[in-house]
Write a protein that binds this ligand. Structure first.
Ligand code: GDP
Ligand code: ZN
Length: 343
């Protein structure tokens, strides 16, 4: 009988596995039978290791355990959530950019911990204001300084499971990882360099152990920030909007200028950001439709159809200056049951 462990990295045909119960690291190959059955081994996988040779630090992966989840970009099994790092200064705090990361994370159905870094650079009131705002959106917030070490232990205590590190470049991701994992000696700027250019390391994923329970991947993946979502899904990716969803006059309300929109009337802090994102999502959905159905787009443009459908080729035009009337016309575009008003 072997023992269980977690795959931290893959290098060529070898897997670096951390054995449970503090039994150390082993470099493993995978048993030929696993290869034959097409069973892949991913970073983050829980595996059963046999033929452990402690002298050489070698072993063999005999089986993989069922996965709780699989993230495709970056490829990681059993990911618990995303550790989103943002700075309060240099680069300046940008709630719209933070929201963009958070929407992607929501769309992946992952949890997020928001780590506000460089708190040594701004007054405590500024830290507090951002922490309260982001907390109000429904996220766990950890203000830290990777320079002074303030807040790092509280952050470490918060982490249990496997996380992906995300955030814009320059916010302090490498500095923070160095602090959380002192043996690492990652050069500051390393992660950004990797995120910035699609080097040969793009597919390389590695998990770092922060404590007995927590692992963090410094992998690229959450840097593809274009919003290509179904427009009607977007509002649900803003957790603080959720109590109002389903309370609008129109069942398929996109929460723009529709009458009786409960979301708009709630005066939520991120409503403006939502509108910005929605415009982008609609344009992208429109582009996708064009590529998927070029014939139909041409036919519609030719005016062969009347009524609601005519709104399709004019969508981008409408997005530039949305009037109430055109907004109502568009309602019909995303859900054919648009006429179906709630009472
Ligand atoms: P990354 O691109 O997200 O990996 O960011 P780095 O870790 O490379 O940090 C970018 C710059 O911010 C470096 O000059 C760091 O020294 C600096 N930095 C990182 N954390 C802090 C912090 O908590 N406070 C201050 N003042 N500077 C920081
Ligand atoms: Zn609404």
């Amino acid at each position: 009988m072997g023992t269980t462990g977690t795959v931290l990295a893959q290098e060529a045909n070898f897997y670096r596995v951390r054995l449970d119960d503090g039994l150390g690291m082993v470099l493993c190959t995978r048993r030929a039978r696993l290869k034959k059955t097409g069973q892949s081994v991913l970073v983050g996988d829980r595996v059963e290791v046999t033929e452990i040779d402690s002298a050489s630090g070698r072993g063999v992966i005999a089986a993989t355990c069922a996965r709780r989840s699989v993230l495709s970009k970056p490829p990681i099994a059993n990911c618990t959530g995303v550790l989103v790092v943002f700075a309060l200064s240099e680069p300046a705090y940008d709630p719209a950019l933070l929201s963009r990361f958070l929407v992607h994370i929501e769309a992946e159905k992952l949890g997020a911990i928001v780590c506000l870094n460089k708190i040594d650079e701004v007054p405590p009131e500024a830290v507090e204001a951002v922490a309260v705002a982001v907390g109000g959106w429904g996220y766990t917030v950890r203000p830290v300084s990777a320079r002074t070490g303030v807040g790092i232990e509280a952050l470490r205590a918060e982490l249990a499971g496997t996380y992906v590190l995300a955030g814009p470049s320059g916010v302090g991701k490498s500095s923070l990882l160095n602090y959380l994992h002192p043996g690492l000696a990652l050069r500051v700027g390393d992660i950004s360099a990797r995120l910035g250019r699609g080097r040969h390391t793009t597919r390389h994923v590695e998990l770092f152990a922060l404590n007995a329970e927590a692992l963090v991947a410094d992998a690229p993946g959450f840097n593809q920030l274009e919003l290509t979502l179904a427009p009607e899904r977007l509002a649900g990716y803003f957790p603080e909007f959720r109590p109002y969803l389903g309370c609008c006059q129109f069942r398929n309300c996109l929460h723009r200028d529709e009458p009786g929109c409960a979301v708009r009337e709630a005066n939520l802090e991120r409503y403006g950001i939502y509108r910005e994102f929605l415009a982008e999502v609609l344009v992208n959905a429109q582009k996708q439709r064009r590529t998927a159905e070029p014939d139909e787009a041409i036919r519609l443009r030719g005016g062969l159809r009347r009524g609601k459908a005519v709104a399709v080729p004019r969508l981008e035009e409408q997005l530039r200056g949305t009037s109430r009337r055109t907004a109502r016309q568009q309602l019909g575009r995303w859900d054919e049951t648009a006429a179906d008003e709630a009472d």
